[in-house]
Write a protein that binds this ligand. Structure first.
Ligand code: GLU
Length: 304
């Protein structure tokens, strides 16, 4: 498969399309990002690396980090984890409070804010220094010590994070988090503030295309079965309430973030990252979705 030509062709086409979206505005620091940025990068299991546009510029990965915190919690707790968070698509917005009432504080899936807050609580309970140990885990996957949090982004979100504060307190009232909400939220905002480039992102996530084993260090990050399950969750729940649309149009497991990034995985083939800050109405990168749709169509490779 000649990915280079397809990447180039699709990148040039999507670069010029009219983008009706707008950057996330509810986190002040995200609202001021240069909205013309557009980068793509693919890392393959055959050790090919192809990037275009702003693929080396770091951006805020936001919710994409929820996959990584879930992986670490899964390593630490195994299947016990699923007693506290579900594995069903929600059909409600990522920061919805409504569903939690009916579900008695058990979030539908780990990629909703509510779910990621419960996962953060699990990490807090299991790690001595969660902030440092989580970063160490992330850096170790692709052996990249330059990956880091952004205190600027974390502070910006924390200052206006009323909804997440409400969610965390609400879950606490049902007894589904053990730690103090302020500590859980501090960690949650930190993990959402992770920054990386498309190149770093696709390199990092390649382990999910390689049955849970890091391509950089050959160490096992997750078992094969755990890796399959994380991919399955990304497929069914990775794009807010547009997950069906993403599966329909792109046909790969993936995860988006409100920073405009998307990571998508083709098991046994590649990990591909896209960044374009303007989001569609459902909160997913407009150009990111279009690029990936066109890319899997042109390459005629998807999991279906
Ligand atoms: N930090 C963001 C929030 O909690 C993450 C949302 C996202 O990327 O989906 O609202």
């Amino acid at each position: 498969m000649n990915f280079e030509n397809i990447m180039e062709e699709v990148y040039q086409k999507i670069k010029t399309i009219n983008d009706p979206g707008s950057p996330a505005s509810y986190i002040p620091e995200l609202a001021i990002v240069d909205e013309s940025k557009f980068g793509v990068h693919i890392s393959t299991n055959n050790k090919e690396n192809i990037g275009l546009g702003d693929c080396n510029e770091k951006f805020s990965i936001q919710s994409i980090a929820k996959v990584l915190s879930l992986c670490l919690a899964y390593r630490l707790q195994g299947d016990q984890l699923w007693e506290r968070v579900g594995v069903e698509p929600s059909g409600t917005s990522f920061n919805s409070l409504v569903q939690l009432e009916a579900d008695k504080g058990i979030p539908r899936n780990p990629f909703l804010n509510a779910g990621a807050i419960v996962i953060s609580d699990i990490l807090l309970s299991n790690l001595e220094n969660p902030k440092a140990e989580f970063l160490h885990f992330v850096q170790g996957i692709s052996n990249n010590k330059s990956l880091d949090y952004s205190s600027r982004i974390a502070e910006s979100e924390k200052a206006v994070g009323y909804r997440n504060i409400a969610l965390c307190n609400f879950i606490k009232s049902f007894g589904n988090v053990a730690n103090e909400p302020c500590d859980i939220l501090d960690f949650y905002f930190d993990l959402c503030s992770l920054e990386m480039s498309c190149k770093e992102l696709s390199n990092l996530f390649l382990f999910l295309a390689n049955n849970g084993r890091s391509m950089s260090t050959n160490k096992s990050i997750l078992s094969e079965s755990q890796s399959k399950r994380i991919n399955a969750l990304m497929q069914t729940c990775g794009f807010y309430d547009e997950s069906g649309e993403f599966a329909f149009k792109v046909g790969l497991p993936g995860k988006s973030g409100v920073g405009g990034g998307i990571i998508a995985i083709h098991p046994d083939q590649y990990a591909i990252a896209v960044w374009s800050p303007k989001l569609n109405k459902k909160g997913n990168s407009f150009k990111g979705m279009k690029f990936l749709e066109e890319f899997t169509t042109k390459s005629e490779l998807s999991i279906f």
